[in-house]
Design a protein around this ligand. Structure first.
Ligand code: ZN
Length: 597
């Protein structure tokens, strides 16, 4: 899956070091689903108080979502801070309990649920998971400083003064980090080392030269230079602390990067907000792998004579599949026409969705395709880029990173990966009717809570579901080529889930993991290695795509059999999307409780 605003881990957790996703365009629009109960003003007041208290506690995160009231605060991640977070979750959960949920509008009920999930997950993370003690990579002041200088509403002087504050606080910040780290893993220690590499040179180069050119006073400029040097010293000190740790951990014993099975199961429940348990999703993924491989083999046998004429059919199913996939991957756009190819597909997808009446598309919000701006490049690919929740009236874009400047080898491998078939599936996933369409629907009942605490399992589940739904409804005219490539693409989602579970619960070895990804997933070695690394550094996030997809697919089938002849796919989709980015299990409750027509 591509890294995008939306596919990034959206699990916003207090103090977990994870970043929240920012995706909303807060504008009201007429929508086929209208509210039944009017909004309760008491709840609006509560959620405003909740957010204000949250931003006070999490000034870094506030900065990221474009809320600039707490620029004068820097979080020091010490024991006193963790105590305050626990207190905050308890107070807020208490306040939530006192609200009478029956008086809330549907949109507010979803908000209340999102807040509750968030608070419970945050408390669990601090009390049980305790990554603050084993993940040195969750401490880093650099991303917050970098964020200040991204395009935003701040003046250059405000940015520099806030950066100055971060530099000033670097020493107590890293002292708190060192005190908190008790039993780190080697993998997260190395990640922290990598992420703290070259910071001083980068700071000198960018921020210092900015400061010199700015309207800051002479004294402020001197202070900037001095505090930047102090911050560099604090980072160097943290790095030598990490290097000493690394040496000790290499000799062993060291804490394993694998989360204990019980913690994995709990984290799965808290962070994904799913109705299925980790074990149930894993069992489903194992079944799906077998089913998908069998179908891929059938398709490969069918396509073999066309694409490998005169060649004897390979005897092994996976050899047959690989051979056909390799030939199909040669059908790809020219590097120079990569963006145009994507842009040309968007109206096709729109037309198909309208013709088949699959889901409501807002005609006033066409998607704009553009080159990814320089500041947001780094990960090649395509992604939906929506303004942050506090950025008023911003536009939503489909960013496509130009690939022309890369090495010939990289371009060739990239184009094989994003060939004519997978590009279409990518566009369904990211744009229509995937992330972009879901985002537009979600904004029909706009609330800051939804855009800040939206459930990523639902968001990814919808995008993954929409790929399959489009093909089932006849997009691509049931072409076996497109279905085969779809299966390969979908296999990634299935294997992500199996890998994550087996790494943390069954102690899967690196070699066995890589073999699975390359053999069953037909992945390149480099892609598989990247995925293995991600599985050692994260837990449960890799399983969220398949989990959301499975829940949504099951919900659709449940309603289909309940409503029988009355069932309409269009109505199901519009209703499903009308609850905002709430956990699927919660949408299910609401859908089953309300009459559908
Ligand atoms: Zn996605």
């Amino acid at each position: 899956m591509l890294k995008t605003f939306l596919t990034r881990s959206c699990q916003a957790l207090l103090f977990s070091g994870l970043l929240a996703c920012t995706h909303t365009a807060p504008k009201e629009q007429a929508h086929p689903m209208s509210e039944q109960t009017p909004a309760n003003p008491a709840f609006e007041a509560y959620s405003a108080r909740f957010l204000e208290a949250l931003w006070e506690l999490e000034p870094d995160w506030a900065l990221q979502v474009g809320y600039f009231k707490h620029l004068d605060k820097v979080k020091i991640p010490d024991a006193a801070y963790r105590k305050r977070v626990i207190q905050f979750t308890e107070e807020q959960l208490q306040a939530l309990k006192q609200l009478d949920k029956a008086t809330l509008s549907r949109s507010q009920q979803v908000d209340a649920q999102l807040i509750e999930n968030f608070l419970e997950a945050s408390r669990w993370s601090l009390e049980k998971e305790q990554s603050y003690a084993w993940n040195p990579a969750q401490y880093n002041i650099s991303p917050s400083i970098a964020r200040l200088f991204e395009p935003n509403a701040l003046s250059q002087e405000q940015r520099l003064r806030t950066a100055l504050l971060y530099f000033k606080q670097a020493r107590p910040y890293y002292a708190a980090a060192k005190a908190a780290i008790k039993d780190p893993t080697l993998e997260h220690t190395r990640l922290a080392l990598t992420q703290h590499q070259g910071l001083s040179a980068e700071w000198q180069r960018t921020y210092l030269s900015n400061a010199k050119k700015s309207a800051l006073s002479k004294q402020e400029k001197a202070a900037f230079q001095r505090e930047l040097n102090n911050a560099v010293a604090a980072v160097d000190d943290y790095r030598s602390f990490l290097k000493t740790l690394e040496k000790r951990l290499v000799k062993g014993p060291a804490r394993s990067f694998r989360l204990a099975p019980e913690l994995y199961r709990q984290k799965f429940a808290y962070e994904l907000g799913a109705s299925l348990s980790a074990d149930e999703v894993y069992a489903k993924a194992l079944e799906a792998r077998e089913r998908t491989l069998a179908r891929m083999d059938e398709l490969a046998q069918k396509l073999y004579p066309t694409y490998l004429p005169g060649q004897a059919l390979a005897s092994e199913p996976k050899q047959r599949i690989r051979a056909v996939l390799n030939v199909l991957a040669q059908q790809h756009p020219d590097a120079s026409r990569f963006r145009e190819t994507i842009a040309a597909q968007i109206p096709e997808l729109e037309r198909f969705v309208r013709e088949k009446d699959l889901v409501y598309l807002d005609p006033s919000k066409p998607l704009k395709v553009r080159d990814t701006p320089i500041y947001a490049r780094g990960v090649a690919g395509a992604s939906v880029d929506a303004p942050g929740p506090y950025a008023k009236g911003g536009e939503t874009f489909y960013n496509v990173t130009p690939i022309a400047g890369e090495s010939r080898e990289t371009i060739a491998s990239y184009l094989r990966e994003y060939n004519n078939f997978t590009l279409q599936i990518l566009n369904i996933h990211e744009a229509i009717p995937g992330h972009y369409t879901q985002l537009v629907h979600s904004n029909e009942s706009p609330s800051l809570i939804k855009s800040i605490l939206g459930n990523s399992t639902m968001i990814e589940g919808w995008a993954v579901y929409s790929e399959r739904m489009m093909l089932e409804e006849g997009y691509g005219a049931q072409s076996p080529e497109l279905w085969l490539m779809y299966d390969k693409w979908h296999m990634r989602v299935i294997l992500n889930t199996i890998l994550d579970y087996e790494v943390h619960i069954k102690g899967l070895s690196a070699e066995a993991g890589l073999t699975m990804l390359t053999n069953d997933g037909f992945q390149e070695r480099a892609e598989a290695e990247e995925k293995w690394k991600r599985a050692t550094l994260t837990q449960v996030q890799l399983a969220s795509y398949f989990t959301g997809y499975s829940e949504l697919y099951a919900l659709r089938n449940e309603l289909k059999s309940l409503e029988a002849k009355e069932f309409s796919l269009r109505r199901f989709h519009d209703r499903f999307l009308s609850y905002g980015s709430a956990p699927v299990k919660y949408i299910r409750e609401l859908m089953l409780a309300e009459p559908s027509h």
